[in-house]
Write a protein that binds this ligand. Structure first.
Ligand SMILES: NC(=O)c1ccc[n+]([C@@H]2O[C@H](COP(=O)([O-])OP(=O)(O)OC[C@H]3O[C@@H](n4cnc5c(N)ncnc54)[C@H](O)[C@@H]3O)[C@@H](O)[C@H]2O)c1
Length: 468
């Protein structure tokens, strides 16, 4: 296997990398062999314990029986989307949140539509009893990141399909656990990457498929969202879980909103794959400074740190076909929201926020409003036309949440493979631990594991591409 560190890895590690680590005082300084151990582990593909779940088909489920874990800010919103599937396509049979006030809120919402799920609450492992029930087909997980994988693995082991909020997993081991458990149990494990279902994203995907972009060369994506106030808000994230993530880790902690759609444009795991990344963070300053202005009774008032996550994290990813992706993560700078959503090809270029398109041979500017409108209408993804009325009624991040939940349930209703599988979930989520490793190793290149165990090169079409 080609070694990014040159022919003699040992010498590189000893002389080059370790010197770098010594100079910059990074985390492997005191035990340099730790980096090598991590690197060896990273490259190793664990033995398969089941068979591939690529294009997994399960028997059609006429009315999908759904259980929910986590009815916080996101879970409550998602509950609304699944509620919209009742009674024709799905029913919610059980809900769980450690906090009773949240299950009360969820129950009230569901009852208004005539649903009456069983309720599990009051202790951190109440969800375990719930997922053992035999009236559940699909478990939806909307809890803090650290709970995603233990909950998903256990649910699959109980014979349930799982849909996990983003990112699916926090560590490399967790990514493999998801893949191996899905393969062993032959259950679906989908990450709920709603941004893949946006009107703009599906329009671009449609144009890519219709070859408007020509040969794709690079993309830029991000999660840039000023969450400062929510991070510090005692009524925001449960037990300040997201603030604690920023304190504990430096890397791209939330890669999938930007990366998911881009991976689909680039046919990642469907003919191309991410080969390696390098990652670099800026200094941390915003949260530390903002903490000084917090009221004295806030646990983070005048926080002395350290906060490990730099204000901006940049990753550069290179694919097997030689394409590049710049991926950014910044949730603290006072700047407008953006996922960038830039895609470059030999015949066209798109940039989001706001959406703009330029086309070869049509000047050096972006298209005029009128020309852009023509492209939007001509290449709009058919599902956005088909579900127009329901999207207006149910919304959810401009409608993308509804389209995603509709597709997930509709595929299960009809026994079709899901649009996104466990390999997508693992490949997009693994950016977090790989970026952490790259930073710890002085911004070294880190290889992506191949969660498909060689099947990435097959040219299989995305489910959304087949929708007409
Ligand atoms: N796709 C999106 O657009 C989007 C948007 C926001 C959040 N998210 C994701 O959704 C997830 C939840 O985020 P959030 O903003 O709703 O956080 P939150 O803190 O508002 O909600 C988490 C909920 O989980 C509950 N919980 C915690 N431990 C539990 C346990 N052991 N058993 C049962 N319930 C438990 C908490 O009580 C809380 O209600 C995260 O993974 C986040 O990244 C996705």
């Amino acid at each position: 296997m080609k070694n990014y560190f040159g022919k003699d890895r040992r010498n590189f590690l000893k002389n080059g990398l370790l010197a770098g680590l010594g100079l910059s005082g990074l985390s492997f300084k005191n035990r340099p062999e730790a980096w090598q151990e991590e690197y060896e582990r990273l490259l190793a593909t664990p033995p398969a314990v089941g068979k591939s779940v690529i294009d997994l088909k399960v028997a059609p489920i006429k009315q999908v029986k759904v259980a929910f874990i986590g009815i916080g800010s996101r879970g409550y919103g998602q509950l609304g989307q699944f509620n919209a599937m009742y009674p024709d396509k799905a029913v919610i049979t059980a809900i769980c949140d450690v906090r009773k006030e949240r299950t009360d809120l969820g129950l009230e919402r569901l009852k208004k539509k005539g649903q009456n799920p069983a309720v599990y609450t009051g202790k951190p492992d109440a969800w375990k009893e719930m997922v053992k029930r035999d009236d559940i087909d699909l478990v939806v997980i909307c809890t803090p990141w650290a709970d995603h994988v233990p909950m998903a693995v256990y649910a699959m082991q109980q014979g349930k399909h799982v849909a996990i909020e983003v990112p699916a997993a926090k560590t490399l081991d967790e990514c493999w656990k998801l893949v191996n458990t899905a393969e062993e149990t032959q259950r679906n494990c989908m990450m709920l990457e709603n941004c893949c279902y946006g009107d703009e994203e599906l329009w671009i995907l449609n144009m890519v498929q219709k070859e408007v972009f020509g040969t794709l060369t690079y993309a830029e994506a991000a999660y840039i969202h000023n969450l400062r106030d929510s991070l510090f808000n005692p009524k925001g994230y449960y037990d300040f879980w997201r603030m604690k993530e920023n304190i504990a880790r430096d890397g791209n902690l939330y890669p999938t909103h930007g990366l998911g759609p881009v991976a689909q444009y680039l046919d990642i795991l469907r003919g191309d794959r991410f080969e390696h990344l390098v990652s670099m963070s800026s200094l941390e300053a915003s949260l530390t400074e903002a903490s000084k202005a917090l009221p004295a009774d806030n646990p983070y008032a005048g926080y002395k740190g350290p906060i490990r996550h730099g204000d901006m994290n940049n990753c550069l990813i290179r694919t097997n076909k030689g394409r590049t992706v710049l991926l950014q993560h910044d949730i603290v700078t006072p700047r407008p929201y953006s996922r960038i959503n830039a895609l470059a090809g030999t015949k066209a270029y798109h940039e989001g926020y706001p959406s703009r398109l330029s086309i070869v041979g049509k000047g050096h500017e972006f298209l005029s409003e009128a020309d852009l409108k023509d492209y939007k209408e001509k290449y709009r993804h058919p599902i956005w036309e088909k579900l127009k009325k329901e999207i207006e009624e149910n919304g959810g991040h401009g409608g993308m949440d509804f389209v995603m939940v509709y597709r997930l349930i509709d595929c299960l209703n009809n026994g079709r493979p899901l649009d996104m599988d466990v390999y997508d979930a693992a490949t997009w989520s693994v950016v977090t631990p790989l970026s952490e490793m790259s930073i710890k190793a002085g911004n070294a290149p880190i290889k992506f594991p191949d969660f498909t165990r060689g099947k990435w090169a097959q040219n299989r079409a995305l489910g959304m591409v087949k929708v007409v």
